[in-house]
Design a protein around this ligand. Structure first.
Ligand SMILES: [Fe+2]
Length: 257
């Protein structure tokens, strides 16, 4: 196991962080689906290591900004088979966890790879992980595309339920995951910067934002803006941190629920 996680991190930071996110999201689905302790461990290990087979894919291919050629795509697809081979040979790793690596790019409609399995032919752990994988991958900026906002990713994942992804697991994740967690720093389309204060019960995609700055990033007396009741306002961007002009003020923000 230690070997596999170290291998994962050495691939590139994106794959490592993505894998952690996928395992958390897959476990949300697993818990909601009623998996027991053993099942959750098998799922969590499989989801955490689902991309470990990318160890055989050259890094310049993983991060290639342009579309992959057919030949490059064929190499990329091998990460499923390679991941299966790596995990099945690890003592202590369940064969079902290894199948998550093997099957996480299969699709419900049979258009996935490496074997073109359909529906229930795909193990439920792999179907759960596929939903988590797509959800997290869509939000991450990559060299070949910008990341979507979480609510946009959520809508896109919802549209893939039934054809590409398992519709039941899609519904679970879409309904359970907070697309804009409290504490997230956001910039509104109108330019103001604020922090997500809490969710709106009526619409998870339009939370309550505690606005901290005006459009010029100058501090204002903080106020709460419920986006579900402000149709002319919307979130344009997630920020990694507060702008410098707001740093001192952030220390006085009470902790959120
Ligand atoms: Fe993958």
């Amino acid at each position: 196991m230690t070997f596999s996680i170290a291998t994962l991190r050495s691939l590139d930071e994106y794959t490592f962080v993505h894998s952690l996110n996928v395992s958390v999201l897959a476990l949300v689905i697993g818990v909601e689906s009623g998996l027991g302790r053993k099942g959750l461990i098998e799922l969590g290990v499989g989801a955490l290591l689902h991309d470990v087979g990318k160890a055989i894919v050259p890094v310049n291919l993983l991060n290639k900004p342009d579309e992959l050629t057919d030949q490059e795509m064929a190499i990329m697809k091998l990460h499923t088979i390679e991941g299966f081979q790596i995990l099945r040979s690890q003592p202590g790793v369940s064969l079902l966890s290894a199948h998550v690596a093997f099957q996480h790019h299969e699709r419900m409609d049979g258009l996935g790879y490496p074997r073109g399995l359909t529906g229930d032919e795909i193990h439920c752990y792999a179907r759960m992980t596929a939903v988590a994988d797509v959800m997290d991958a869509l939000t991450a900026p990559r060299p070949y595309r910008r990341g979507l906002l979480p609510d946009q990713a959520r809508n896109l994942v919802a549209s893939l339920g039934g054809s590409h992804l398992d519709g039941v697991y899609v519904s679970i994740l879409v309904n359970r995951v907070s697309v804009f967690p409290a504490g997230t720093v956001v910039r509104l389309a109108s330019g103001e910067v604020g922090i997500i204060a809490r969710q709106s019960p009526s619409d998870p995609a339009r939370p309550v934002v505690r606005v901290l700055s005006d459009q010029s990033l100058q501090p204002v007396a903080p106020y709460e803006l419920p986006l579900d009741r402000s149709p002319d306002k919307s979130i344009a961007e997630l920020l990694h941190d507060l702008p410098d002009t707001l740093r001192s003020r952030s220390a006085r923000i009470p902790s959120r629920d």
